[in-house]
Design a protein around this ligand. Structure first.
Ligand SMILES: Cc1cc2nc3c(=O)[nH]c(=O)nc-3n(C[C@H](O)[C@H](O)[C@H](O)COP(=O)(O)OP(=O)(O)OC[C@H]3O[C@@H](n4cnc5c(N)ncnc54)[C@H](O)[C@@H]3O)c2cc1C
Length: 222
């Protein structure tokens, strides 16, 4: 199990530091539950933040995309980046508009991504597929030479990372606000998959494969 890392200057949570978590078990659990990383880079002074699916293999966040992608090419050139994965757990509705909030579990990972080649890239692609649908990599064809030529796969170390977590009801209101006739509480949010829909045009298998049975994320009890 990776040890807790002291936060760097850049990953130290300054606002509401009691919500900060730097231990890898918390960071990894959030990364394992999420689907989408928003990856940010700055190109010629202009920041870009784009959504990407990802995988995690131990200390590495794995990203992939087309060789034609500006984002992937920038990562390949060693630009510093920030990858943020956010889980939303609830809407927090308070007496005062100002005190409304959300229950959240985001992680930010900072660093320089490094391109993977050959077998490492093939293994990383399988890890990304398995992150989205565990076990799927053993069902679908692995990347071949052409896939590898057309794809950039990078790893980003999870060493410089922070999580920030809010949970629970709204903050205790002022005495004055507490007298207001307003509904106050939390609306829980969960990500729920619908039943899988087979592609009848091309699928040679009608039964659900093991990777989709049951089709659940960790928060739903996977
Ligand atoms: C949930 C999700 C997961 C994705 N996963 C991956 C992945 O794993 N790998 C991958 O390569 N791509 C993924 N994409 C697509 C990715 O977000 C980019 O569109 C793609 O990588 C092209 O990047 P680029 O730098 O070449 O963009 P460019 O086409 O050069 O972007 C030009 C401009 O188009 C706009 N733009 C580009 N992409 C988006 C977008 N997604 N949403 C809104 N505006 C946009 C922005 O203004 C951007 O500055 C995913 C998209 C979504 C929504």
């Amino acid at each position: 199990m990776p040890q807790a890392q002291p936060p760097s200057v850049a990953t130290t949570v300054r606002r509401l530091p009691d919500r900060a978590h730097y231990e890898r078990s918390t960071v990894d659990a959030i990364l394992d539950e999420g689907f989408v990383a928003h990856v940010g880079i700055t190109v010629e002074g202009q920041p870009f933040v784009l959504p990407m699916v990802y995988g995690r293999d131990g200390d590495r966040l794995l990203l992939h995309g087309s060789v034609a992608s500006r984002l992937l090419r920038a990562l390949d050139q060693g630009l510093r980046c920030c990858a943020t994965v956010t889980l939303l757990d609830g809407l927090v509705l308070a007496h005062a508009q100002r005190n409304h909030s959300v229950n959240y579990r985001p992680v930010t990972v900072l660093g320089v991504a490094c391109r993977l080649a050959d077998d490492e890239a093939v293994t990383a692609l399988a890890a990304i597929v398995d992150h989205v649908a565990p076990g799927r990599a053993t069902e679908a064809r692995p990347a071949d030479d052409r896939d590898r030529r057309e794809t950039i796969v990078v790893e980003l170390s999870i060493e410089e990372a922070a999580a920030k977590i809010r949970s629970g009801p709204p903050a205790v209101p002022s005495e004055e606000d507490a007298t207001l006739p307003v509904w106050v509480g939390v609306v829980p949010l969960t990500l729920v998959a619908g039943p899988p829909v087979v592609d009848e045009r091309t699928s040679r298998v009608a039964d659900l494969p093991p990777s989709l049975s049951p089709w659940r994320r960790p928060s739903a009890g996977r």
